[in-house]
Design a protein around this ligand. Sequence first.
Ligand SMILES: [Zn+2]
Ligand SMILES: [Zn+2]
Length: 373
Amino acid sequence: MHPLPRSLDPIRGESVGSYLRRLSYRLGISPLYLANITGLQNTARQPHRMGRHALMELDEDTITAFGQATRLTRSEVASLTLASWKYSYPPTLRSFPGPAQPVRQDSWLLVTPRFCPQCLAGNGTDIGMLYGGPWKKEWHLPILFSCIEHGVFLSHECPHCGQPARDSAALMPRPNDHTLHPTQCRWTVETPGVRKRMSRACGYRLDGRTATSDELKPTAPLFALQREIIDSLTRKTPHHDAAAFFTDLRLVVAALTASWPGSSHLVELDYRDRVDAYVSGQTDFRRTGGGGIRRYKVVDALPRDAAAGAALCRRHVDSLPPKICTTAWPPSFVKDSETRPGAHPGTHSFHDTRKPALLNSGPPLNHLHARSG
Ligand SMILES: [Zn+2]
Ligand SMILES: [Zn+2]
Protein backbone atom coordinates (compact mmCIF):
# COMPACT_ATOMS: atom_id res chain seq x y z
CA MET A 1 0.00 0.00 0.00
CA HIS A 2 1.49 3.34 -1.06
CA PRO A 3 1.52 6.15 1.49
CA LEU A 4 -0.87 8.99 0.81
CA PRO A 5 0.75 12.33 -0.11
CA ARG A 6 -0.47 13.81 3.16
CA SER A 7 -1.82 12.42 6.37
CA LEU A 8 -3.03 13.57 9.79
CA ASP A 9 -2.24 12.57 13.34
CA PRO A 10 -5.26 10.93 14.95
CA ILE A 11 -6.75 12.83 17.88
CA ARG A 12 -6.96 10.91 21.11
CA GLY A 13 -10.37 9.22 21.39
CA GLU A 14 -11.53 9.90 17.84
CA SER A 15 -13.42 7.33 15.80
CA VAL A 16 -12.54 5.89 12.41
CA GLY A 17 -15.45 7.85 10.92
CA SER A 18 -13.99 11.03 12.37
CA TYR A 19 -10.54 10.32 10.98
CA LEU A 20 -11.98 9.62 7.54
CA ARG A 21 -13.93 12.88 7.63
CA ARG A 22 -10.89 14.96 8.59
CA LEU A 23 -8.29 13.33 6.35
CA SER A 24 -10.54 13.17 3.29
CA TYR A 25 -11.31 16.87 3.68
CA ARG A 26 -7.62 17.62 3.87
CA LEU A 27 -6.99 15.60 0.71
CA GLY A 28 -10.01 16.97 -1.15
CA ILE A 29 -11.55 13.55 -1.73
CA SER A 30 -14.64 11.81 -0.38
CA PRO A 31 -14.51 9.69 2.79
CA LEU A 32 -15.68 6.67 0.79
CA TYR A 33 -12.92 7.05 -1.78
CA LEU A 34 -10.37 7.46 1.01
CA ALA A 35 -11.68 4.30 2.68
CA ASN A 36 -11.35 2.50 -0.64
CA ILE A 37 -7.75 3.49 -1.45
CA THR A 38 -6.57 2.74 2.08
CA GLY A 39 -8.05 -0.77 2.16
CA LEU A 40 -10.70 0.07 4.71
CA GLN A 41 -13.67 -0.45 2.45
CA ASN A 42 -14.39 -2.62 -0.56
CA THR A 43 -16.36 -0.23 -2.72
CA ALA A 44 -16.84 -2.91 -5.37
CA ARG A 45 -19.21 -4.63 -2.95
CA GLN A 46 -20.76 -1.48 -1.48
CA PRO A 47 -20.23 1.34 -3.99
CA HIS A 48 -22.31 4.04 -2.32
CA ARG A 49 -22.44 3.36 1.37
CA MET A 50 -20.16 2.67 4.30
CA GLY A 51 -21.37 0.22 6.92
CA ARG A 52 -20.38 -0.09 10.54
CA HIS A 53 -17.78 -2.85 10.14
CA ALA A 54 -14.78 -0.50 10.12
CA LEU A 55 -15.99 1.08 13.33
CA MET A 56 -16.15 -2.22 15.19
CA GLU A 57 -12.80 -3.94 14.64
CA LEU A 58 -10.20 -4.20 11.88
CA ASP A 59 -8.41 -7.39 10.91
CA GLU A 60 -4.61 -7.54 10.83
CA ASP A 61 -4.30 -7.08 7.05
CA THR A 62 -6.56 -4.04 7.10
CA ILE A 63 -4.64 -2.49 9.98
CA THR A 64 -1.40 -2.99 8.05
CA ALA A 65 -2.75 -1.51 4.82
CA PHE A 66 -4.43 1.47 6.47
CA GLY A 67 -1.36 2.14 8.60
CA GLN A 68 0.95 2.11 5.56
CA ALA A 69 -1.30 4.46 3.62
CA THR A 70 -1.81 6.94 6.45
CA ARG A 71 1.56 6.46 8.18
CA LEU A 72 -0.14 5.61 11.44
CA THR A 73 1.18 2.97 13.82
CA ARG A 74 -0.76 -0.24 14.25
CA SER A 75 -1.93 0.80 17.70
CA GLU A 76 -3.06 4.18 16.37
CA VAL A 77 -5.13 2.46 13.69
CA ALA A 78 -6.61 -0.04 16.13
CA SER A 79 -7.49 2.75 18.55
CA LEU A 80 -9.93 4.24 16.02
CA THR A 81 -12.35 1.34 16.52
CA LEU A 82 -14.58 0.22 19.39
CA ALA A 83 -12.69 -3.07 19.76
CA SER A 84 -11.06 -2.09 23.05
CA TRP A 85 -14.47 -2.19 24.73
CA LYS A 86 -15.66 -5.50 23.34
CA TYR A 87 -15.25 -7.40 26.60
CA SER A 88 -16.18 -4.61 29.00
CA TYR A 89 -19.23 -3.32 27.13
CA PRO A 90 -21.16 -6.36 25.83
CA PRO A 91 -23.23 -4.56 23.14
CA THR A 92 -19.98 -3.91 21.27
CA LEU A 93 -19.13 -7.58 20.89
CA ARG A 94 -22.73 -8.40 20.09
CA SER A 95 -22.62 -5.95 17.18
CA PHE A 96 -19.53 -7.34 15.45
CA PRO A 97 -20.49 -8.48 11.97
CA GLY A 98 -19.80 -12.15 11.37
CA PRO A 99 -21.29 -15.35 10.02
CA ALA A 100 -23.00 -16.23 13.30
CA GLN A 101 -23.89 -12.67 14.22
CA PRO A 102 -27.08 -10.74 13.58
CA VAL A 103 -27.12 -8.31 10.69
CA ARG A 104 -28.36 -5.49 12.88
CA GLN A 105 -26.29 -3.97 15.61
CA ASP A 106 -27.21 -4.26 19.25
CA SER A 107 -29.81 -1.73 20.36
CA TRP A 108 -27.35 -0.42 22.98
CA LEU A 109 -24.90 0.77 20.36
CA LEU A 110 -25.23 3.81 18.08
CA VAL A 111 -23.74 3.70 14.61
CA THR A 112 -24.73 7.33 14.08
CA PRO A 113 -22.97 9.15 16.92
CA ARG A 114 -24.33 11.93 19.08
CA PHE A 115 -21.97 14.83 19.58
CA CYS A 116 -20.79 17.74 21.71
CA PRO A 117 -20.71 20.90 19.54
CA GLN A 118 -17.91 22.43 21.59
CA CYS A 119 -15.71 19.34 21.31
CA LEU A 120 -16.29 19.44 17.54
CA ALA A 121 -15.05 23.04 17.52
CA GLY A 122 -11.56 21.79 18.34
CA ASN A 123 -9.04 22.96 20.86
CA GLY A 124 -7.84 26.13 19.16
CA THR A 125 -4.79 24.58 17.48
CA ASP A 126 -4.08 25.22 13.80
CA ILE A 127 -5.20 21.72 12.88
CA GLY A 128 -8.34 22.15 14.99
CA MET A 129 -9.13 25.46 13.29
CA LEU A 130 -8.80 23.85 9.87
CA TYR A 131 -10.51 20.50 10.38
CA GLY A 132 -12.42 20.78 13.63
CA GLY A 133 -12.20 18.59 16.71
CA PRO A 134 -12.76 14.84 16.93
CA TRP A 135 -15.97 12.91 16.56
CA LYS A 136 -15.29 10.79 19.61
CA LYS A 137 -15.75 7.05 19.40
CA GLU A 138 -17.36 7.05 22.86
CA TRP A 139 -20.26 8.98 21.29
CA HIS A 140 -21.28 5.71 19.65
CA LEU A 141 -22.20 4.35 23.08
CA PRO A 142 -25.68 5.46 24.26
CA ILE A 143 -24.48 5.25 27.87
CA LEU A 144 -22.33 8.33 27.15
CA PHE A 145 -25.05 10.93 27.44
CA SER A 146 -23.04 14.04 28.35
CA CYS A 147 -19.76 15.89 27.86
CA ILE A 148 -18.26 16.40 31.29
CA GLU A 149 -15.68 18.86 29.97
CA HIS A 150 -18.30 21.24 28.57
CA GLY A 151 -21.14 20.48 30.99
CA VAL A 152 -23.81 19.62 28.42
CA PHE A 153 -25.92 16.72 27.23
CA LEU A 154 -24.73 15.37 23.90
CA SER A 155 -26.74 16.55 20.90
CA HIS A 156 -28.67 13.81 19.14
CA GLU A 157 -29.73 15.68 16.01
CA CYS A 158 -28.75 18.52 13.71
CA PRO A 159 -30.44 21.69 14.99
CA HIS A 160 -31.05 22.82 11.41
CA CYS A 161 -32.57 19.77 9.66
CA GLY A 162 -33.49 17.69 12.72
CA GLN A 163 -31.83 14.53 11.39
CA PRO A 164 -31.37 11.74 12.21
CA ALA A 165 -34.68 10.80 13.74
CA ARG A 166 -33.27 7.40 14.61
CA ASP A 167 -30.04 5.46 14.36
CA SER A 168 -28.78 4.40 10.96
CA ALA A 169 -26.83 1.35 9.79
CA ALA A 170 -24.44 3.55 7.82
CA LEU A 171 -21.24 4.92 9.32
CA MET A 172 -21.96 8.32 7.81
CA PRO A 173 -24.49 9.78 5.39
CA ARG A 174 -23.40 10.76 1.87
CA PRO A 175 -19.91 9.19 2.13
CA ASN A 176 -19.35 10.06 -1.54
CA ASP A 177 -19.70 13.78 -0.89
CA HIS A 178 -16.24 15.38 -0.94
CA THR A 179 -17.37 18.96 -0.39
CA LEU A 180 -18.31 18.88 3.28
CA HIS A 181 -16.20 20.08 6.20
CA PRO A 182 -15.71 17.38 8.89
CA THR A 183 -18.09 19.16 11.25
CA GLN A 184 -20.86 19.85 8.71
CA CYS A 185 -24.14 17.94 8.81
CA ARG A 186 -24.01 15.31 6.05
CA TRP A 187 -27.69 14.39 6.06
CA THR A 188 -29.52 14.85 2.79
CA VAL A 189 -32.13 17.57 2.64
CA GLU A 190 -35.12 16.36 0.71
CA THR A 191 -36.32 18.93 -1.78
CA PRO A 192 -39.69 18.27 -3.47
CA GLY A 193 -39.29 17.62 -7.17
CA VAL A 194 -35.52 17.12 -7.00
CA ARG A 195 -34.23 13.70 -7.96
CA LYS A 196 -32.05 11.87 -5.45
CA ARG A 197 -28.89 12.20 -7.58
CA MET A 198 -29.31 15.96 -7.54
CA SER A 199 -29.95 16.18 -3.81
CA ARG A 200 -27.74 18.15 -1.48
CA ALA A 201 -26.52 17.85 2.08
CA CYS A 202 -27.87 19.99 4.90
CA GLY A 203 -24.36 21.36 5.46
CA TYR A 204 -25.08 23.03 8.80
CA ARG A 205 -21.95 23.51 10.93
CA LEU A 206 -22.40 21.39 14.04
CA ASP A 207 -19.38 22.78 15.88
CA GLY A 208 -19.28 25.50 18.43
CA ARG A 209 -22.92 26.01 19.32
CA THR A 210 -23.29 26.78 23.04
CA ALA A 211 -26.30 25.65 25.02
CA THR A 212 -29.07 28.17 25.57
CA SER A 213 -30.11 29.10 29.09
CA ASP A 214 -33.42 27.22 28.87
CA GLU A 215 -31.82 23.93 27.77
CA LEU A 216 -31.72 21.06 30.23
CA LYS A 217 -28.25 20.59 31.65
CA PRO A 218 -27.01 17.47 33.44
CA THR A 219 -27.34 17.61 37.20
CA ALA A 220 -24.54 16.73 39.61
CA PRO A 221 -25.88 13.18 40.21
CA LEU A 222 -26.01 12.61 36.46
CA PHE A 223 -22.40 13.76 36.09
CA ALA A 224 -21.47 11.41 38.93
CA LEU A 225 -23.15 8.56 37.11
CA GLN A 226 -21.44 9.59 33.87
CA ARG A 227 -18.06 9.46 35.58
CA GLU A 228 -18.86 6.03 36.99
CA ILE A 229 -19.76 4.80 33.52
CA ILE A 230 -16.58 6.26 32.01
CA ASP A 231 -14.52 4.71 34.80
CA SER A 232 -16.03 1.32 34.05
CA LEU A 233 -14.96 1.68 30.44
CA THR A 234 -11.49 3.04 30.99
CA ARG A 235 -9.98 2.13 34.32
CA LYS A 236 -8.19 -1.12 35.01
CA THR A 237 -11.40 -2.89 35.89
CA PRO A 238 -11.72 -6.61 35.20
CA HIS A 239 -13.76 -6.96 32.06
CA HIS A 240 -16.25 -9.19 33.82
CA ASP A 241 -16.99 -6.55 36.44
CA ALA A 242 -17.49 -3.83 33.84
CA ALA A 243 -19.72 -6.09 31.75
CA ALA A 244 -21.73 -6.95 34.85
CA PHE A 245 -22.20 -3.26 35.65
CA PHE A 246 -23.52 -2.50 32.17
CA THR A 247 -25.76 -5.55 32.15
CA ASP A 248 -27.28 -4.44 35.46
CA LEU A 249 -27.82 -1.00 34.01
CA ARG A 250 -29.48 -2.45 30.94
CA LEU A 251 -31.87 -4.59 32.94
CA VAL A 252 -32.96 -1.66 35.07
CA VAL A 253 -33.58 0.53 32.02
CA ALA A 254 -35.61 -2.27 30.40
CA ALA A 255 -37.69 -2.64 33.56
CA LEU A 256 -38.31 1.10 33.75
CA THR A 257 -39.33 1.27 30.10
CA ALA A 258 -41.51 -1.83 30.26
CA SER A 259 -43.44 -0.53 33.22
CA TRP A 260 -43.83 3.05 31.97
CA PRO A 261 -45.86 5.14 32.85
CA GLY A 262 -46.25 3.24 36.13
CA SER A 263 -42.55 3.76 36.81
CA SER A 264 -42.58 7.50 36.01
CA HIS A 265 -42.26 8.42 39.69
CA LEU A 266 -38.79 6.84 39.63
CA VAL A 267 -37.60 9.39 37.05
CA GLU A 268 -36.74 12.97 37.98
CA LEU A 269 -39.59 15.37 37.30
CA ASP A 270 -37.72 17.56 34.79
CA TYR A 271 -37.08 14.56 32.56
CA ARG A 272 -40.44 12.81 32.61
CA ASP A 273 -41.80 14.48 29.47
CA ARG A 274 -38.67 13.56 27.54
CA VAL A 275 -38.84 9.92 28.69
CA ASP A 276 -42.57 9.83 28.00
CA ALA A 277 -42.07 11.11 24.46
CA TYR A 278 -39.46 8.42 23.90
CA VAL A 279 -41.42 5.51 25.35
CA SER A 280 -44.58 6.54 23.50
CA GLY A 281 -42.76 6.21 20.21
CA GLN A 282 -41.05 2.93 21.06
CA THR A 283 -43.28 0.61 19.12
CA ASP A 284 -42.39 -1.75 16.34
CA PHE A 285 -44.20 -4.33 14.27
CA ARG A 286 -43.56 -8.02 13.85
CA ARG A 287 -45.16 -10.58 11.54
CA THR A 288 -47.17 -13.28 13.24
CA GLY A 289 -47.39 -16.90 12.13
CA GLY A 290 -50.86 -16.41 10.65
CA GLY A 291 -49.72 -13.72 8.23
CA GLY A 292 -50.82 -10.85 10.44
CA ILE A 293 -48.78 -8.09 11.98
CA ARG A 294 -48.55 -7.52 15.71
CA ARG A 295 -47.56 -4.26 17.35
CA TYR A 296 -45.21 -4.51 20.31
CA LYS A 297 -43.34 -2.21 22.64
CA VAL A 298 -39.55 -1.98 22.41
CA VAL A 299 -38.07 -1.92 25.91
CA ASP A 300 -34.48 -3.05 25.46
CA ALA A 301 -33.01 0.16 24.07
CA LEU A 302 -31.91 3.65 25.06
CA PRO A 303 -33.28 6.82 23.48
CA ARG A 304 -31.23 8.97 21.11
CA ASP A 305 -32.33 11.91 23.25
CA ALA A 306 -29.41 12.02 25.68
CA ALA A 307 -31.39 13.69 28.48
CA ALA A 308 -34.08 11.00 28.37
CA GLY A 309 -31.43 8.28 28.31
CA ALA A 310 -29.62 9.83 31.25
CA ALA A 311 -32.83 9.93 33.28
CA LEU A 312 -33.43 6.23 32.62
CA CYS A 313 -29.84 5.31 33.46
CA ARG A 314 -30.02 7.34 36.66
CA ARG A 315 -31.94 4.49 38.27
CA HIS A 316 -29.00 2.15 37.99
CA VAL A 317 -28.78 -0.93 40.15
CA ASP A 318 -26.85 0.53 43.05
CA SER A 319 -29.46 3.21 43.61
CA LEU A 320 -32.32 0.74 43.81
CA PRO A 321 -33.60 -0.69 47.07
CA PRO A 322 -32.58 -4.29 47.71
CA LYS A 323 -36.07 -5.69 47.23
CA ILE A 324 -36.69 -4.53 43.71
CA CYS A 325 -39.91 -6.40 43.06
CA THR A 326 -41.66 -5.83 46.31
CA THR A 327 -40.96 -2.16 46.91
CA ALA A 328 -39.97 0.05 44.02
CA TRP A 329 -41.60 -1.39 40.95
CA PRO A 330 -45.22 -0.92 40.01
CA PRO A 331 -47.41 -3.91 40.87
CA SER A 332 -48.50 -4.26 37.26
CA PHE A 333 -44.97 -4.92 36.08
CA VAL A 334 -44.17 -7.38 38.86
CA LYS A 335 -47.41 -9.24 38.30
CA ASP A 336 -46.71 -9.43 34.59
CA SER A 337 -43.25 -10.82 35.14
CA GLU A 338 -44.60 -13.39 37.59
CA THR A 339 -47.23 -14.70 35.23
CA ARG A 340 -45.10 -14.59 32.11
CA PRO A 341 -41.52 -15.38 33.08
CA GLY A 342 -39.10 -14.34 30.42
CA ALA A 343 -41.59 -11.98 28.78
CA HIS A 344 -38.60 -9.86 27.84
CA PRO A 345 -34.88 -10.31 28.45
CA GLY A 346 -34.15 -10.61 32.11
CA THR A 347 -37.71 -10.20 33.34
CA HIS A 348 -37.73 -13.41 35.31
CA SER A 349 -34.60 -12.39 37.17
CA PHE A 350 -36.45 -9.68 39.04
CA HIS A 351 -37.92 -12.36 41.29
CA ASP A 352 -34.49 -12.86 42.74
CA THR A 353 -33.08 -9.63 44.03
CA ARG A 354 -29.54 -10.87 44.53
CA LYS A 355 -27.10 -9.36 42.10
CA PRO A 356 -25.55 -12.62 40.84
CA ALA A 357 -28.93 -13.74 39.57
CA LEU A 358 -29.35 -10.46 37.74
CA LEU A 359 -25.94 -10.75 36.21
CA ASN A 360 -26.35 -14.28 34.99
CA SER A 361 -29.75 -13.78 33.46
CA GLY A 362 -29.11 -11.13 30.82
CA PRO A 363 -28.43 -12.20 27.25
CA PRO A 364 -25.50 -9.82 26.74
CA LEU A 365 -23.38 -11.40 29.43
CA ASN A 366 -24.22 -14.94 28.38
CA HIS A 367 -23.19 -14.06 24.89
CA LEU A 368 -19.95 -12.60 26.13
CA HIS A 369 -19.09 -15.84 27.85
CA ALA A 370 -19.80 -17.81 24.70
CA ARG A 371 -17.48 -15.63 22.65
CA SER A 372 -14.64 -15.32 25.11
CA GLY A 373 -14.49 -19.04 25.73
ZN1 LIG B 1 -17.53 18.67 24.79
ZN1 LIG C 1 -28.61 19.05 9.22
